[in-house]
Design a protein around this ligand. Structure first.
Ligand code: FE2
Ligand code: FE2
Length: 174
């Protein structure tokens, strides 16, 4: 049995995950303008991750019998000055996501909603990975500095990133 307030908060999270995908799409567009195709690939994969997150929340709400409401979101930032600025903004965004996931977990805990706690645990772990991904890129970009050859190599490295759906969510939640 899921509470009304947790249903509402998860519904908000569905919309926020799609908003995240939209923010990353604007970042992808920045790198497309810069002809950094490895970075473009990185964000294509990141958008697939956000869509997966959204659909996991969507399927869960559906399973517990809640009606889902889709909402719009504000324009994402499109004007970035450097790759480093993009990834710093990405990390900040993921930190917001983490706090929102933690808030969902707090509600589930207050409600003693063990099914939702178990469901949300995957997202708690996922956020550790998400923040780590952006932190790693920030460290790499700081080392690269203004060296175009190093940036070229890092772009090639990011071209190899692929989307791997987690085993538990490759199939439906059944
Ligand atoms: Fe996400
Ligand atoms: Fe994310």
């Amino acid at each position: 049995m899921i509470s009304e307030r947790l249903k509402e908060a998860i519904n908000d999270q569905i919309n926020f995950e799609y908003y995240s995908a939209n923010i990353y799409l604007a970042m992808e567009a920045y790198f497309a303008r810069e002809n950094l195709n490895g970075f473009v690939n990185f964000f294509k994969v990141q958008i697939q991750e956000e869509n997966l997150h959204a659909s996991k929340f969507f399927d869960y709400l559906n399973q517990v019998g809640a009606g889902i409401t889709i909402k719009g979101f504000p324009d994402p930032k499109n004007d970035y000055k450097s790759p480093l600025e993009v990834f710093e903004a990405g990390l900040k965004h993921e930190q917001i996501v983490t706090s929102k996931i933690n808030n969902l977990m707090s509600i589930a805990n207050e409600d003693r909603d063990y099914a939702s706690i178990t469901f949300l645990q995957w997202f708690v772990n996922e956020q550790v990975e998400e923040e780590d991904t952006f932190n790693n890129a920030i460290q790499a970009l700081k080392r690269i500095g203004d060296n175009p050859a190093a940036l070229y190599l890092y772009d090639q490295e990011l071209a190899a990133r692929t989307f791997v759906p987690p085993a538990s969510s490759a199939a439906s939640q059944n």
